[in-house]
Ligand binder design. Structure first.
Ligand SMILES: C[S@@+](CC[C@H](N)C(=O)[O-])C[C@H]1O[C@@H](n2cnc3c(N)ncnc32)[C@H](O)[C@@H]1O
Length: 369
């Protein structure tokens, strides 16, 4: 099959790709009849490559399930060094020809399917499946868990951050069976609702899951999770779900729905697996943005969920915002672990209890000229 639409060449990681020559709008992208290529998502692909290299055995069967131009699978074949058995799939006829062309350009072998992803997942087993849809991943989650086994790694993207972060709570309830809420920690709340949903769907298949890595950036969320096909692990994962209530900048986690407005159920466990954080390190093909994000995730990984957002703190206490780095230093000097957060440049993640958070903030306020 030939490519019968205008293309241009782009380079990403070690891959040289032909992509449709159409104007690019920043943002989540829309359904079109041409395969979609979004340079903003390179950060997610960079991290996917690192997770694959660390978590997959040599020769693992990998499905780039919603492949579009084939960029992820091609980069995985070129950059992971795992001799992966690659399959690409996209139901769009124009994507099929482009993936074949791009794989050949890069000297990468594999199988290219043109089917509904749910049908592919109903027939075949893959060690790693990437699900990178327009909007919500919900239509594919059930099928992905159904085909998964112990040690499978699944990667899900969601670009429907508005429902998950509280802009459209009714849509969130309908889609994810969870209450969303506008909070000073919007991106983290969204990510944790999404993870909580994955845990619950996995548990309905008697599978337990835990995040290898999860993050939110720009207009999307991404989670890489590892599956364990034991009901006891599913129960243990469910035990890490809960609810969160905010009052201004202050938040409390609850095991059951609290009084007043809350978000949840959501995942209250870690957003990164310590072993994967030890195993992965940025490579020469990793973008600066992905390396920095990884560093932020690493810094905050051992700390409790959620963070204190500087403007929300100032508003809650009726004072001016303080310099973030000085506040982190003050919390550390008081004997508490404190770091920046992956979710915003203007937030602090800490184990300090609320009275200490307030005390250090007010002290700093008095010292700031
Ligand atoms: C956001 S794009 C994927 C981008 C790509 N993963 C990347 O990294 O550049 C989503 C793709 O999913 C495909 N798609 C949507 N629904 C599908 C389905 N049910 N089965 C297979 N492909 C589907 C679309 O044709 C589109 O190419």
């Amino acid at each position: 099959m030939t490519v019968d639409f205008p293309t241009r060449e782009v380079r990403e990681g070690r891959a040289s790709l032909l992509v449709p020559d159409v104007p690019y709008d920043r943002g989540p992208g829309r359904r079109t009849l041409l395969p979609f290529y979004n340079p903003t998502m390179a950060v997610a692909r960079d991290l996917t490559i690192l997770v694959m290299a660390a978590a997959l055995p040599k020769g693992a069967a990998v499905l780039d399930g919603l492949a579009a131009t084939g960029v992820l699978g091609i980069r995985a074949a070129l950059e992971t060094g795992r001799e992966l058995a690659m399959t690409w799939n996209d139901k769009l006829p124009a994507a099929h020809g482009l993936i074949v062309e791009n794989a050949q350009r890069n000297g990468v072998a594999g199988e290219v399917l043109q089917d509904d992803l749910r049908l592919v997942l109903s027939r075949r087993y893959f060690h790693f499946v990437d699900v990178d849809p327009f909007g919500t991943a919900v239509p594919f989650v059930d099928a992905a868990f159904q085909q998964s086994g112990r040690g499978s790694v699944l990667a899900f993207t969601a670009t429907d951050t508005a429902p998950l972060a509280g802009t459209y709570p009714r849509t969130c309830w309908r889609r994810y069976g969870a209450r969303s809420l506008r909070t000073p920690c919007g991106a983290e709340t969204a990510l944790r609702i999404f993870l909580g949903y994955l845990v619950r769907v996995a548990a309905s298949h008697d599978r337990g899951v835990r995040p290898l890595l999860a993050f939110a950036a720009e207009h999307f969320l991404k989670a890489w999770i590892v599956v364990d096909a034991r009901a006891s692990v599913a129960d243990a994962a469910l035990a890490q779900l809960g609810y969160v209530r905010f009052e201004g900048a202050r938040f409390d986690a609850w095991p059951s729905p609290p009084e007043g407005p809350y978000a949840g159920p959501l995942w209250l466990g870690p957003l990164a697996d310590p072993a994967i954080l030890t195993a992965i390190a940025p490579q020469p093909d990793t973008s600066h943005a992905a390396a920095r994000l990884l560093e932020r995730i690493r810094e905050g990984a051992a700390l409790p969920p959620f963070f204190y957002e500087n403007h929300a703190m100032a508003q809650t206490l009726g004072v001016d915002p303080v310099p973030i780095s000085a506040w982190i230093e003050a919390l550390r000097a008081a004997g508490f672990r404190a770091t920046r957060t992956q979710f915003t440049a203007n937030g602090v993640r800490t184990e300090a209890p609320w009275p200490e958070v307030v005390r250090t903030y007010r002290d700093l306020q008095q010292r700031t000229p």
